[in-house]
Design a protein around this ligand. Structure first.
Ligand SMILES: [Mg+2]
Length: 382
């Protein structure tokens, strides 16, 4: 079997899909994207396809991963690692389809029958947080995630800290003691600010506190983990085993690799095993589309230290299209009691509506995150 064609499709709301075709007529799909840099990753996928993929045996997933990741001297970072990630997903999809088995069966078989998932809640005011959390409880979710704050001062004011606490209090009130919320700092806090904010959250017992410091301050992350009994999570902006190692050493409790950023199923499988040696659970980051979610679920079902899965259905970023719009059989992503069921179809287990993807290609306006500034005009982290 040989790879004959590699195509990419930029589709709303902000996703990039990769389609790999073989001379046997098998087709594999993946999702290589960096949010806001879809066209940059698209170029990287085209370069990798021209250099390494067309004419190659798609079943040599590990060898192709090695040469795509290391064979051009420069390596790593979000763009290249995401390009490799989506290609890797498509190669696993082909491997599963060739063998008639879901990917998690090729990786050792299922270790669970359903995977807990959480959804996002927006809302800036505590009353809005309470209403949105209550709606998700009503929809059957057992866990939600929300941002801790909007823009944060370098050193948080009393008012900002009170707002962080008020949102958490509202979420806990709506959830009761049986359900969970996670709270995402989004790298908006300085290390000193994060330590103070984590402190005010302790009475509300969030499941974990996410990305309290930016990835470039991972060498300071231990100050946060040492300051609190709350579980600390990070990982969506780390792209390899090497990248996650300092965070694991800093004492995090939850690692959040992104299957579309951190080298795909191949590397995230290894990252999960590395995390296991630190007694750290994995909760894959996934505010993306159906292929990223399908790849995440394949990992969830064969990973003993899996904790919970992020998913983007109804997320505030999904403007112009929803995750299920490109899926032929939507029942693959059905929820039961806040959990997603084990996919049984071959490969990634999701059948893509190819015509919907081809029709949507190029219709997306480029998505960019907001650019925030402080009152004095200086740049502020979003
Ligand atoms: Mg996050």
């Amino acid at each position: 079997m040989k790879i004959t064609r590699v195509e990419t499709f930029a589709v709303p709301p902000r996703w990039l899909f990769c389609r790999i075709e073989t001379d046997d007529g098998l087709v594999g799909w993946g999702e290589p994207v960096v949010e806001g840099r879809a066209e940059t990753v698209r170029t990287a996928v085209r370069e990798l396809a021209d250099q390494f993929l067309v004419g190659a045996d798609p079943s040599r997933i590990e060898d192709l991963w090695q040469v795509m990741t290391k064979g051009s001297f420069y390596r790593g970072g979000p763009v290249l690692s995401s390009a490799v990630a989506g290609i890797d997903q498509a190669l696993w999809d082909i491997a599963g389809k060739a063998l008639g088995a879901p990917v998690h069966r090729l990786l050792g078989g299922p270790v669970r029958e359903r995977a807990r998932a959480y959804c996002w809640v927006g809302g800036d005011e505590p009353a809005a947080v309470r209403d949105q959390v209550a709606a998700q409880v009503e929809a059957g979710f057992t866990a939600v995630k929300m941002n801790a704050s909007g823009r944060m001062s370098r050193l948080p004011t009393v008012s900002e800290l009170n707002e962080v606490a008020a949102r958490a209090e509202a979420a806990r009130e709506a959830l009761g003691p049986e359900r969970d919320f996670a709270i995402d700092f989004h790298g908006r806090f300085s290390t000193a600010g994060a330590v103070r904010a984590v402190g005010v959250l302790e009475p509300y017992a969030p499941m974990f506190v996410e990305e309290p410091v930016l990835p470039e301050y991972t060498h300071l992350l231990g100050q946060v983990t040492d300051s609190t009994a709350l579980p600390v999570a990070t990982g969506e902006r780390l792209f390899s085993r090497t990248d996650v190692l300092p965070a694991l050493r800093a004492g995090i409790a939850v690692l959040q690799p992104d299957l579309s950023h951190a080298g795909g199923i191949s590397e995230c499988r290894r990252i999960a095993s590395l995390a296991e040696t630190f007694d750290v659970a994995v909760a894959p980051h996934c505010p993306l589309g159906p292929l990223a979610l399908a790849a995440s679920l394949q990992l969830a079902f064969c990973t003993p230290n899996f904790l919970i899965q992020e998913q983007s259905i109804g997320i505030h970023y999904n403007k112009g299209a929803e995750l299920l719009d490109y899926v032929a059989d939507r029942s693959v992503f059905r929820f039961d009691d806040g959990h997603m069921l084990r996919p049984t179809g071959p490969g990634l287990g999701v059948e893509i509506d190819e015509q919907a993807v081809r029709d949507a290609d190029g219709t997306t306006e480029s998505w960019h995150n907001p650019l925030w500034r402080y009152g004095d005009g200086a740049f502020a982290e979003w």
